[in-house]
Ligand binder design. Structure first.
Ligand SMILES: [Zn+2]
Length: 258
């Protein structure tokens, strides 16, 4: 297991000194959130300081499941450009969202589209030596839109059919209502990365592990059982915690990923 940080947790104005502090705290990798205004700088800071780098591909205004061909073309082009950029820095993984159906009734046709589109995006990723990780999303409780993938069955179906791996967002899983151990066992060898945070079981608060409902408490053992050795990426709310709060947490011997 490798200890990583998602750059969302650094806020929008981190400088190279913040990256140095994160490095000293023992983080091995940084997953850059591509839609941050400083994403290109962050990628360079991280790479220059010897971090492993990965990407969280942008998703706002970019819906991989869209029925609109122009929006899809734009989505595909932006994601492809970021995959090429990541490859320049030797990055090996890119986390992405499957988009959403405009209406839950259109879920099935949207899933067919998404499957084809992930296969196509994966061709680009493979050319660049990058592994795509499909993240689980929070279900729309109103059942108006349908977020893809927001149940475990459709998630596993997509990653199997499109031959990609999973980024398990643990906070999102808690809100999906699924058990952590069972899901990790179901994903098994398809598990490519972890987004780590806790919440109160009601909303996606991105709290430090141990400061929510303790859903992450036994994570380390569950991951060891599956011999998982990939990135465990802290994804912590920058509007609630400072960089120092995160450093203090991981410096504590009881933190989840040592
Ligand atoms: Zn996430």
């Amino acid at each position: 297991m490798e200890k990583w940080l998602n750059s969302w947790s650094l806020g929008l104005t981190a400088d190279v000194n913040d990256f140095i502090r994160i490095k000293k705290a023992g983080f091995e990798g940084i997953e850059i959130l591509a839609e941050q205004n400083n994403a290109h700088h962050y990628l360079k800071f991280a790479s220059d300081l010897g971090f492993k780098v990965g990407l969280h591909l942008p998703f706002h205004d970019l819906n991989l499941a869209t029925p609109d061909s122009i929006v899809y073309e734009r989505t595909f082009n932006v994601l492809s450009q970021w995959l090429a950029k990541l490859a320049e820095y030797g990055g090996k993984h890119a986390t992405f969202h499957g988009g959403y159906a405009w209406f839950s009734e259109e879920r099935n046709e949207s899933l067919i589209r998404v499957k084809e589109r992930i296969l196509k995006l994966n061709e680009v990723a493979m050319q660049h030596g990058v592994e795509l990780l499909l993240e689980n999303l929070i279900p729309d409780k109103l059942n108006y839109c349908h977020q893809i993938a927001s149940n475990v069955e459709e998630w596993i179906d997509l990653i199997t059919a499109a031959n990609v791996k999973a980024c398990l967002d643990i906070g999102h899983l808690d809100l999906m209502g699924d058990a952590l151990e069972t899901t990790i066992d179901q994903l098994a060898g398809s598990l490519g990365g972890i987004h780590l945070s806790e919440n109160d079981g009601k909303s996606d608060l991105h709290l430090l592990p141990g400061e929510g409902n303790h859903f992450t408490e036994e994570l380390e053992g569950f991951l060891e059982k599956q011999s998982f050795d990939g990135p465990v990426i802290y994804e912590i709310n920058p509007y609630q915690y400072s960089i120092q709060d995160i450093i203090n947490h991981v410096s504590n011997v009881n933190s989840i990923v040592r």
